[in-house]
Write a protein that binds this ligand. Structure first.
Ligand SMILES: Nc1ncnc2c1ncn2[C@@H]1O[C@H](COP(=O)(O)OP(=O)(O)OP(=O)(O)O)[C@@H](O)[C@H]1O
Ligand SMILES: [Mg+2]
Length: 153
């Protein structure tokens, strides 16, 4: 990852087969992990949406809806307040990354082309690393406010 590695407090790494049923599983796992952070339910919903978009892209685009292909997720908490998320596939890759990131761009005419735009808007940083024929890794980071516990006392 291009960013500074800070003080990793906890991490989880898992992989699963490229079937639509696993989108919900992946988002629930990441949400359960992210709930260790001091973040709101709305923020957890945003993280879930980001995971759904990225995992759906692996299944639909990277693997053209072929089952039994590998999707990997690595999620970590750094310095008590930062969530790092990496979602990786070994599928067909992206030829023009810059274009793929444009809002409303899709190689599939029936889709909205908004997945990356949502991921970018809900996270502080997003980096897409991809090689045609080798796969894609979407790396994202978001920091949450450390809330003043006494304010809730
Ligand atoms: N993991 C991936 N592997 C290969 N190509 C990808 C991957 N993720 C995205 N792409 C390419 O980038 C384009 C843009 O992705 P994005 O998620 O923004 O839109 P979409 O998936 O086409 O539509 P939506 O997400 O709104 O359903 C896709 O149409 C696809 O061509
Ligand atoms: Mg998408």
């Amino acid at each position: 990852m291009g960013w500074t590695i800070m003080n990793i407090k906890n991490y989880v790494r898992f992989e699963f087969s490229s079937i639509a049923e696993n989108v919900g599983l992946a988002r629930s796992c990441v949400a359960a992990f992210a709930s260790q952070l001091d973040c709101t339910l709305d923020e957890i919903e945003e993280i879930k949406l980001v995971v759904s978009e990225a995992v759906s892209n692996c299944i639909i685009h990277a693997y053209d809806n072929r089952a039994n292909q590998k999707v990997e997720i690595m999620v970590s908490i750094q310095d008590d307040r930062t969530l790092d998320l990496i979602i990786k596939d070994y599928g067909k890759g992206i030829v023009d990354i810059e274009k793929a990131l444009e809002p409303a761009y899709s190689t599939d005419g029936s889709r909205m082309g908004m997945g990356f735009t949502f991921m970018k808007s809900f996270m502080d940083e997003m980096e897409v690393i991809s090689k045609p024929g080798e796969g894609t890794s979407v790396q994202m980071r978001r920091s949450f406010l450390v809330r003043d516990q006494e304010a809730y006392a």
